[in-house]
Ligand binder design. Structure first.
Ligand code: PBG
Length: 354
């Protein structure tokens, strides 16, 4: 039979598209595919976020199926399970009772507060087999739902209060020190105030905490993908108050990438040990940009809204959850992330260890 498209044919009639290079040869079996594979994702790459609260039973989070607000005891169990799967980095996010919230968020540095006591319990139980990371930001403790203190004047964006940068940095230093004193291994400022990395580094160093690492949320965007996280902690900006309804005066504009380089240069110069990009999936270009322009490790934050999207589609049977989740995590590595902060951490580690 002659080729209907006029393709070449061998004397025996087989269709032949003459070409020397055939990239498919390197994909012909798993032995070759795995040999030439450029990136791999491993449990060791993951940072496992845990929501914690002071109530005496766990609570489900509707918009984040599979995640819960953990009691202290349940949190300790989760950390143990994560370690057993090869995940040795966890980060804590507390839901703080309304009565302890204020504009200045002073509860964030209470040495007897929930987070310091939880840190010391985790370190007491698991010691060096886990790194406890903490969130450095005021929002869980703010009655305004902001990562910084809000001024009482109305000279800010849209005629609302301003987010006070330098006063907030002072609080963040106190918070980071309280966490370090309790035994935190890594503090991760997620607030996006200017100058906080250097100030926190100096504050830690002045008390001898030169070994406590700082992971800077370097390129943290004012993203709509944080919705489920704010549900989990009841930490959304509060519209009724003097507070601006969004975080756009401190978190970055999703339209921008060059600003990420400005932030990266500052955080590196101020002593950050690792740079975080947040959110993750829609911001792979930013991960790559920072990877190509700095020599510090890069971490991607696969945020709550991204997690919720995968969960929702998987629940409907529209995607295979395991496959899309592992592909997503691998793609962070390919884009240049060394570490990945993901709500899938424990589950993904289990899948990888199967
Ligand atoms: C706030 C903080 C947020 C997240 C982590 N730290 C929310 C925000 O900036 O409003 C979101 C993470 C997620 O969506 O998973 N300091």
């Amino acid at each position: 039979k002659e080729s209907i498209y006029g393709l070449k044919q061998r004397p025996n009639g087989d269709i032949w598209v003459p070409q020397r290079a055939r990239p498919r040869r390197n994909r012909k079996n798993e032995g070759l595919r795995s040999m030439v594979r450029e990136n791999r994702v491993e449990p060791a790459n993951f940072i496992y976020p845990l929501f914690v609260h002071t109530k005496d039973s766990n609570e489900k989070i509707d918009s984040m199926p599979g995640c819960e607000r953990h009691t202290e005891e349940s949190c300790l169990r989760e950390v143990g399970e994560a370690i057993a799967e090869g995940v040795s980095n966890v980060i804590l996010f507390p839901k703080i009772p309304e009565g302890l919230k204020s504009n200045s968020a002073d509860e964030c540095y209470n040495p007897e507060g929930f987070i310091p006591s939880l840190i010391s319990k985790i370190k007491g139980k698991y010691g060096g087999s886990v790194n406890v990371w903490t969130d450095v930001a005021l929002d869980p403790y703010s009655d305004q739902g902001h990562d910084g203190m809000v001024s009482t004047d109305k000279r800010g964006d849209g005629g609302k209060g301003r987010i006070l940068n330098d006063e907030t940095v002072e609080q963040l230093c106190r918070q980071a020190l309280a966490q370090a004193r309790a035994g935190a291994d890594v503090v991760a400022p997620s607030d996006m105030m200017d100058g906080r990395i250097g100030a926190i580094r100096d504050a830690l160093d002045s008390e001898g905490f030169t070994d406590v690492s700082i992971v800077a949320y370097t390129a943290k965007y004012a993203s709509a993908f944080y919705g489920p996280f704010r549900d989990a902690l009841d930490s959304a900006p509060r519209e009724s108050s003097n507070a601006p309804p969004n975080k756009k005066t401190y978190q970055m504009d999703p339209a921008n990438s060059r600003e990420a380089l400005v932030e990266a240069a500052l955080d590196s110069a101020e002593g950050a040990d690792m740079l975080m990009v947040k959110p993750g999936m829609p911001y792979l270009d930013i991960i790559k940009l920072l990877k190509d322009n700095t020599n510090l490790p890069i971490s991607a934050y696969h945020v709550s809204g991204e997690y919720a999207m995968l969960k929702a589609a998987a629940e409907r049977g529209w995607v295979n959850e395991r496959d899309v989740a592992l592909e997503t995590l691998l793609c962070f590595k390919r884009a240049g992330a060394d570490a990945i902060l993901t709500y899938y951490a424990k589950q993904a580690a289990r899948w990888l260890n199967e």
